[in-house]
Write a protein that binds this ligand. Structure first.
Ligand SMILES: Cc1cc2nc3c(=O)[nH]c(=O)nc-3n(C[C@H](O)[C@H](O)[C@H](O)COP(=O)(O)O)c2cc1C
Length: 347
């Protein structure tokens, strides 16, 4: 086995860097670029049957924000601590055209020893099942279903489903699993108080893996104009989200054990972040914003950083999975540092 290989269910990826679904993967050319740069897999821009979800793509807007909540110009590589604030919609093409693209993309990915993954964001559940069956019949090798897109509450009613309850995750996953055998990844929201329970629900209902966790919704006033930046609530993500996602990975691993694969999303910007996510229990890591703002060279850079780290430490990627998660202690298990708090008391 190659040093970088990882397994997600029965699928073997040549490396754990997955390009997460986003605007770069609306067209074949963007997917091809990611494959050429060495991505272990690419998730195609999501689709569903809703016209409103497609129309929403024409109302998207994107801005990069620094730590003073100042908007940064698009034509410059943002600093590492910048956040992305944006609205998004779904793939603009009708399902049949999206499917054609997805088939071509996965055939192309095969040549790169990689995967182009179909992605559905449900609107209506019966329609989702119908689409999942068509995707399976088409020969596409992996399906990700995102039941936690952050825009769900702000989008036109019925355009995008956003599920926050473990019982719903179980029901939806079970319905898909009963209908298709294709490797199934369930992508979960970060906007729920029961994320580990949702992971367990997806596992129990037969998912091959979960992807967690979706970004949060934010609101940023511009203090010069008094206007909301971008005019609306919007999804907000940055490297600050990494510890929040990692926390849920660790809690989920504790609940479900190490024999079920989790894919991290939300917060990775480079190879060291990938290592952090894997040490928290992820078997692979999706990167979206970093490629969106910094370009495809991020893929090469990230893989080089990961490879160099593994070489220096004489490790394989699989050695990283859960390394830190399995060493976590409770507050009660910590050594006592009597009077440690006094260092905050003024003289
Ligand atoms: C512009 C943009 C569009 C996105 N579109 C989708 C999408 O269509 N389907 C999906 O499942 N996730 C979508 N996402 C979410 C990303 O795949 C990813 O989960 C999220 O951005 C957090 O990861 P990151 O910190 O690497 O960006 C989108 C994200 C961005 C920034």
């Amino acid at each position: 086995m190659n040093k970088l290989n990882v397994k997600i269910g029965n699928i073997e990826l040549k490396n754990p860097l997955i390009c997460g679904s986003g605007e770069q993967f609306i067209e074949l050319i963007g997917i091809e670029k990611a494959l050429k740069h060495g991505a272990g897999a690419v998730v195609i821009k999501s689709t569903n049957e809703s016209t409103a979800a497609k129309v929403q793509l024409h109302k998207t807007d994107y801005t990069v924000i620094d730590s003073n909540f100042k908007q940064l110009p698009w034509d410059q590589t943002p600093p590492r601590d910048a956040s992305l604030f944006n609205r998004s919609g779904l793939h603009p093409k009708p399902f049949n055209e999206w499917l054609e693209l997805a088939i071509r993309a996965d055939l192309m990915a095969k040549k790169y020893n990689s995967y182009a993954i179909a992605s559905l964001i449900p609107a209506d559940l019966d329609k989702l099942i119908e689409h999942a069956k068509i995707i399976e019949a088409s020969g596409i090798r992996v399906l990700e279903v995102n039941v936690g897109a952050p825009h769900g509450d702000e989008a036109v009613k019925g355009a995008i489903m956003l599920e926050r309850e473990a019982s719903h995750i179980k029901e939806i996953t079970q319905k898909i699993r009963d209908a298709v055998n294709v490797p199934l990844w369930i992508k979960l929201t970060g906007q729920s108080s029961e994320i580990p329970a949702m992971v367990k629900a997806a596992k129990d209902a037969g998912a091959d893996a979960v992807t967690l966790m979706g970004r949060f919704m934010g609101f940023i006033p511009d203090i010069e104009t008094g206007e909301p930046i971008l005019g609306t609530h919007a999804a907000y993500g940055g490297p600050w989200a990494l510890p929040l996602t990692a926390h849920q990975l660790v809690k989920s691993r504790k609940l479900i054990g190490s024999d079920f694969q989790m894919i991290a999303t939300n917060g990775a910007r480079d190879g060291y972040d990938m290592i952090r996510f894997m040490m928290a229990g992820a078997s692979a890591v999706q990167m979206t914003s970093a490629i969106f703002t910094d370009g495809y060279a991020v893929i090469d850079k990230t893989l080089r950083q990961l490879e160099k780290y593994l070489e220096q430490k004489n490790m394989n990627t699989t050695d990283l999975i859960g390394l830190a998660a399995d060493r976590v202690k409770t507050y009660a298990e910590q050594d006592s540092k009597v009077d440690h708090w006094r260092k905050f008391t003024p003289e």
